[in-house]
Design a protein around this ligand. Structure first.
Ligand SMILES: *Cc1c(COP(=O)(O)O)cnc(C)c1O
Length: 384
C-alpha cells in the first residue's frame, strides 16, 4: 500500500469484526450452511479479503450477482475444494460454459436461460450445477408459480440427459426487513409449495434457500438448509426497524476516514461550496475534507452528513463536490492533518453508515457499497 494514498483518505476494513459477524450469523442459523454474499466488491469492502475471512469463520458458500464476479473468485484461488460459489444474474449469451468449467452454481429463472445452459453443457461435455429460482412474491427475478411446472419439467429432462444437476431450489424475500410484513408468510408458504412440487417430480437439491440478512436475523422458519446474508455480515442492520447491529451481536466492518487538508478562518456571511447553500453564521473556521461524490460520498448528504472531527460531530457545510466537502468547525482550529471520521462502528463517538444513510435519504447498504475505488481499503486483523 502506497503510504501517500492513505494520507488523503482510507476505508479501514476490520476483518476480525467480519469473522465475528459470520460466527454470530452461524449461531443464529445453526441448522443451515452459510453463503457469504460478496457481490459488488464485497459491498464495497473488497471481495477477496472478505471472502477469505468469511470462509475462515465457517462460511462454506460464496454468493455473487454476476458470473464475472464468481469467476474472479475462482481465479483468486477459491477453488471448489474451498467453497461452493453461486451467482444469479445472467444475461442472455452469458459465460455459461466458463461457469460450468469453473464449477459454479448457476441459476435460471426460466426456460430460455435453461436452454442456454443445456447448450453450454453439451459443448463443455460435462453437466452444469444449476439452481432453479422461484418468484415467490418479490416480483423481480425468479420463475412465476404459473411457469414453474414447465421449468421443472424441462430441468428434470435436462438432468436425465446428464446436462445439468439441479443443485438448489431458491427464492428471495421482498419485505423481510419490515417486521411481520404481510408478504413474508405467504412467500415462505409459496416457497415450500414450489420446493415440494419440484421434489415430487424428482429434483434432489443439495440446498433450499430464501433467507437474506433480515431472514437470517429474524425468521428462523426461513433458514431451510442455507442462509445468504450480505449486509449483516458487514455489521450493518438491514433496517433500523428490526434492530441495531449490536442487538444481533454484529459490528460494523468499515471505517471511513480522511485527513483535514486545510483549516482556515473565514468571516461571517461567507458562502461555502458550489451554489452557496451554506453561509457562515459568523466568524468561524472551515475544514476541508478530501472526499466527494467521486469517492461515493452521496451528494444528497450536502448540508446533512455527519463527521467526527476532534471529538465533535460536524456537519457537511454546503454541497458535497466531486472530490471534497467542507465542514464548519465553529472556530476550533484542529491542525491540518487531523482525522475526520465519516463513519465507523460508532464505538468511539463516530457516526455510523446508518447515520449517513439517514442524512442522505438512503439505506446503509448504498453508503458502504458506493465507496469508490479511489479510496484505498486498508485491511485490519487479516489473520484469524
Ligand atoms: C444481495 C442478495 C442477498 C443478500 O442480501 P442482504 O439483504 O444484504 O442480506 C441475498 N440473496 C440475493 C439473491 C441477493 O441478491
Amino acid at each position: 500500500m502506497n503510504e501517500s494514498a492513505v494520507v488523503r483518505a482510507r476505508a479501514e476494513i476490520d476483518l476480525a469484526a467480519l469473522r465475528g459477524n459470520v460466527r454470530a450469523l452461524r449461531a443464529l442459523a445453526p441448522g443451515a450452511a452459510l453463503m457469504a454474499v460478496v457481490k459488488a466488491d464485497g459491498y464495497g469492502h473488497g471481495m477477496v479479503p472478505v471472502a477469505r475471512a468469511a470462509l475462515d469463520a465457517g462460511a462454506t458458500w460464496l454468493g455473487t450477482a454476476t458470473p464475472e464476479e464468481a469467476l474472479a473468485l475462482r481465479a483468486a484461488g477459491f477453488g471448489p475444494d474451498r467453497a461452493r460459489i453461486m451467482c444469479w444474474l445472467w444475461a442472455p449469451g452469458g459465460p455459461w460454459r466458463d461457469g460450468i468449467e469453473a464449477d459454479l452454481d448457476m441459476s435460471v429463472s426460466g426456460v430460455r436461460a435453461l436452454r442456454e445452459v443445456m447448450a453450454a453443457a453439451r459443448q463443455a461435455g460435462r453437466p452444469a450445477r444449476l439452481q432453479l429460482k422461484a418468484d415467490t412474491g418479490l416480483g423481480r427475478g425468479g420463475c412465476q408459480p404459473a411457469d414453474w411446472p414447465e421449468l421443472v419439467a424441462e430441468a428434470m429432462r435436462a438432468e436425465s440427459e446428464g446436462l445439468i444437476r439441479v443443485t438448489g431450489l431458491w427464492s428471495h424475500l421482498a419485505c423481510a426487513d419490515e417486521p411481520d410484513h404481510p408478504s413474508i408468510q405467504p412467500q415462505l408458504g409459496r416457497f415450500r409449495d414450489m420446493v415440494r412440487y419440484a421434489e415430487e417430480r424428482g429434483a434432489r437439491p443439495e440446498v433450499r434457500h430464501i433467507a437474506n440478512s433480515p431472514g437470517t436475523l429474524t425468521l428462523p422458519e426461513s433458514h431451510f438448509n442455507l442462509v445468504r446474508p450480505g449486509i449483516a455480515m458487514y455489521g450493518i442492520s438491514p433496517s433500523p426497524a428490526i434492530g441495531t447491529p449490536a442487538d444481533f451481536g454484529l459490528r460494523p466492518v468499515m471505517t471511513l476516514k480522511a485527513s483535514l487538508v486545510l483549516v482556515k478562518h473565514v468571516p461571517g456571511g461567507h458562502g461555502v461550496s458550489y451554489g452557496h447553500h451554506y453561509v457562515t453564521p459568523g466568524d468561524t473556521t472551515l475544514g476541508l475534507v478530501p472526499l466527494g461524490y467521486g469517492d461515493g460520498i452521496p451528494r444528497h448528504a450536502s448540508g446533512t452528513g455527519p463527521v467526527l472531527v476532534g471529538g465533535k460531530w460536524r456537519t457537511v457545510a454546503g454541497r458535497v463536490a466531486m472530490d471534497q466537502f467542507v465542514v464548519d468547525l465553529g472556530g476550533d482550529e484542529p491542525p491540518e492533518g487531523t482525522q475526520a471520521v465519516l463513519f465507523g462502528p460508532g464505538e468511539h463517538g463516530e457516526p455510523t453508515a446508518e447515520d449517513w444513510a439517514q442524512a442522505a435519504g438512503t439505506i446503509a447498504y448504498e453508503i458502504v457499497t458506493r465507496i469508490g475505488a479511489r479510496v484505498p481499503r486498508v485491511l485490519l486483523n487479516e489473520r484469524p
